[in-house]
Write a protein that binds this ligand. Structure first.
Ligand code: HEM
Length: 339
C-alpha cells in the first residue's frame, strides 16, 4: 500500500536524482572513509545508481550530444567582457542529460529529473568555456557536506530502515531539501522544450569594470512544453533521446541564454536560495542547435564539462556547491576513463 510516508520517501528519492529500481541500500548512513567529501559524493551517487557503470558518468549518465552555435546579444557586453559575449558567434557543443548515474534510466522516470544541459562554447583561441545547468531553479543542499548527508541518508533509507528513517530525520532539519523535493518536475515534451537554470551564481565583470552577480537561465524560444500525466505514463524509455534527432532533422532548435541579476540582498553563495522571479534578466544571446553530433558517444566519454572552466570577465562566486563541483566531476571523469 502507498502510505503518505512511503510516497514522501519516494518523492525524496525521485527528487535527488537517484534511481529506484537499481538503488543499493547501504547499511550505514554515515560515510566513514577519510576520502574528500567530493569523492565520497561520487561514491554514494555510484552506489545509489547500482554502479559502477563502466565508462559512464556517476551522475547524468544518460545523455545526447548536439552541435550548433551561439550568437551573442547586444546587451551581453553590458554584463561581461567575456569573449563569447561580445560580437562574434561561437560554435557550441551541447549535452542534454537525465539525472542519476543509471545509463539506461527511462527518460520519463521520476528519478531522471532534473534534466541537465551542458554547453561548451568553442572560443577563437582554441580554448573553451562551459555552462552546466539543470531543470530546477534551486538545489537541495547549500554545502557539499549537506548534499553528502542527504545522499547518504537516502542510501540508508531502504525498506528495512527503522522509523524515522535517516532520510526522514535529515529532512526534518533541512527545509531547503524539502523545498527542492516539492518543486514540480514535469516530464518535458522534448529536451528542446525545457527551461534550465544555472543554480549557482557567477561574478561578471564588464569592460568598464562594473561587477554584477548573476545566474544563468536557458529558455526555449518556442516556450516550455510538458507531457500530461497520462502521456508521461505511456512515454517510451528513450522518448527524449529518440525525439531530438527527428526534431533537428526538420529545423534547428533555439534557446535564449539570459542572466538573472542578483538583487542587493540576494544570497549569491547559496544554491538553495531562489531569487525573486522579478529580478532583471539580461539577454546574453541565442543558442541555435542544428545537428546531432555524429561522434557524440565518443565525445561524451572523452570529455568532462566543468562549470569552472571560465574566461576573463566571468568568475566563480564563493558558493561552496559550485566550488565543489569540479573536483567531484574530475573523480567521475577519471573513473570513466578507467584511471
Ligand atoms: C556538490 C554538488 C554536486 C555534485 C557532487 C555533482 C556531481 C556530479 C557528477 C559526479 C557529475 C558527472 C561528471 C562527469 O563525469 O563528467 C555531474 C554531472 C552533471 N551535473 Fe552535477 N553535481 C553537483 C551539483 C550540480 C549542480 C548545482 C548542477 C546544476 C546547476 C549540476 C548539473 C550537472 C549536469 C547538467 C551534469 C551533466 C554534465 C554533462 O553532461 O557532462 N550539478 N554532477
Amino acid at each position: 500500500m502507498k502510505s503518505p510516508q512511503n510516497m514522501y520517501i519516494k518523492s525524496i528519492v525521485l527528487a535527488v536524482m537517484m534511481a529506484t529500481s537499481s538503488i543499493v541500500y547501504a547499511d550505514n548512513p554515515v560515510a566513514t572513509s577519510g576520502k574528500p567529501v567530493t569523492e565520497q559524493l561520487v561514491d554514494t551517487m555510484t552506489k545509489l545508481a547500482g554502479g559502477p557503470h563502466e565508462g559512464y558518468r556517476a551522475n547524468h549518465a544518460k545523455g545526447i550530444v548536439v552541435q550548433g552555435e551561439f550568437t551573442p546579444a547586444k546587451t551581453a557586453a553590458s554584463l561581461s567582457k567575456a569573449i563569447h559575449l561580445q560580437t562574434t558567434k561561437s560554435p557550441v557543443i551541447v549535452r542534454f542529460s537525465n539525472a542519476t548515474g543509471v545509463p539506461t534510466i527511462p527518460d520519463a522516470d521520476g528519478n531522471a529529473f532534473p534534466k541537465g544541459i551542458a554547453i561548451r562554447f568553442m572560443l577563437p583561441d582554441d580554448t573553451s568555456t562551459d555552462i552546466v545547468s539543470i531543470s530546477t531553479n534551486g538545489f537541495p543542499a547549500a554545502t557539499p557536506e549537506d548534499f553528502l548527508g542527504l545522499l547518504n541518508a537516502i542510501a540508508a533509507s531502504g525498506p528495512e530502515a527503522a522509523k524515522p528513517s535517516p532520510v526522514e530525520q535529515f529532512l526534518s532539519t533541512h527545509p531547503a531539501a524539502v523545498k527542492f523535493v516539492k518543486m514540480p518536475k514535469p516530464a518535458p515534451v522534448s529536451f528542446a522544450t525545457e527551461t534550465f537554470y544555472g543554480v549557482n551564481a557567477f561574478k561578471f565583470t564588464n569592460a568598464k569594470g562594473k561587477v554584477q552577480y548573476a545566474r544563468y537561465r536557458i529558455t526555449p524560444v518556442k516556450g516550455t512544453q510538458f507531457l500530461t500525466a497520462a502521456q508521461t505514463a505511456k512515454a517510451t524509455p528513450n522518448y527524449l533521446m529518440d525525439e531530438l534527432p527527428i526534431r533537428l532533422a526538420k529545423k534547428p532548435v533555439q534557446f535564449k541564454l539570459t542572466a538573472q541579476l542578483a538583487g542587493k540582498n540576494d544570497n549569491v553563495n547559496d544554491a538553495t536560495a531562489v531569487w525573486p522571479e522579478k529580478r532583471k534578466q539580461i539577454l546574453l544571446g541565442t543558442l541555435t542547435l542544428k545537428t546531432i553530433d555524429p561522434d557524440g558517444v565518443k565525445f561524451e566519454k572523452a570529455n568532462m564539462f566543468n562549470p569552472l572552466s571560465l574566461v576573463d570577465g566571468i568568475e566563480a562566486s564563493e558558493d561552496p556547491i559550485l566550488l565543489a563541483r569540479p573536483a567531484a566531476y574530475a573523480v567521475s571523469y577519471g573513473r570513466r576513463l578507467g584511471k
